[in-house]
Design a protein around this ligand. Sequence first.
Ligand code: PLP
Length: 354
Amino acid sequence: MRSFEGSLLSYVKYSKTLKSNVIRLDANENYFADIEFLKATFMEALKEVDLRLYDPSMTFKLRKALAKYLDVAPECVGVGSGSEHLIDFVIQSFLTRGDVALSIVPSFFMYAKRVRLRGAELVTVSLKEDLSLDVDKILKNCSNKTKLIFVCSPNNPTGNQFSWHDIETLAESCSALIVVDEAYAEFGDGSVCSKAVEKENIVVVRTFSKAFGLAGLRFGYFAANENLASALSKVIPYTVSTLVSCFVVKLLNKFEVVKGWINEVKKERKRLMKRLGSLDEIEVFDSKTNFVTFRLDGNADKIYKGLLDRGIVIKNLGALPVIGHCLRVTVGFPYMNNNFLDTLTQVMREEFSA
Ligand SMILES: Cc1ncc(COP(=O)(O)O)c(C=O)c1O
């Protein structure tokens, strides 16, 4: 869900007057995904399926294709309508009122929201200064009421990826279920899926919204130990249509094309980080994702608003533990990033000379 943090009016006013000139770099969508290729592949799927029928064989094909992609057994894979939907079901399955879930901070805001909606308590543990997991502190904060631990890796918004060693230590040292959110894994240094399925208390949640450029499709999946995957699959309603299943299988069979988009994002990310880092008063965090988070010496709110007023929508993260008040920008096409960088330079010049 997009949020414009109180600047909605400003955004709406601007987008009404300058609709086509607004550049949206706030939601970590993937502009590099070739829309014509996606549409053509979707049409191939549409021609192939018979939507009048329930088709369990397509579900099987889907799980098999995802299993091959993740290098795990098909029995370890489950699917749903986006990773947010799956995370919500994990929460509903494992937490009741009075239970506790733990999340690292800063991290994806959605965990806190969903846990509280469930009537459970959320305990937060800050990352270390170097942004690594504070495994000791997480374990110290666990009790027999702690049922879930959220580890987003690569992490939104810090952009870094955590080591398998740390995730494994957490799983082996407590009885809570470790929920590893790998929404951005394709842009990073690989997945923990094939190792995670060996453990009884890890579920890895993934999505087609980022690397595959399909935020609007609403398709997510998870990998877990066979017993856990089958238990979860029983409680998660089957919301993935035959059409979407067939489309996803086709895309996985053409992964070389998707890989090309991922490489383009990584190349452009490197350029964006370098140019951002060359600006005075800006500290850029390394990124294993399709966004770049940066801290400004000065008034981040004003810079954010200045960009918004000029039609550049990025994410104002607000003041966060460990990293302070940061802004986050999606890696867009080079022309979008150049526009953002030029406008940022102009807004900062005006702000800092005022
Ligand atoms: C870390 C993280 N997890 C999950 C999601 C939600 O993804 P989906 O579109 O699959 O629900 C997002 C969306 O931005 C995200 O940043």
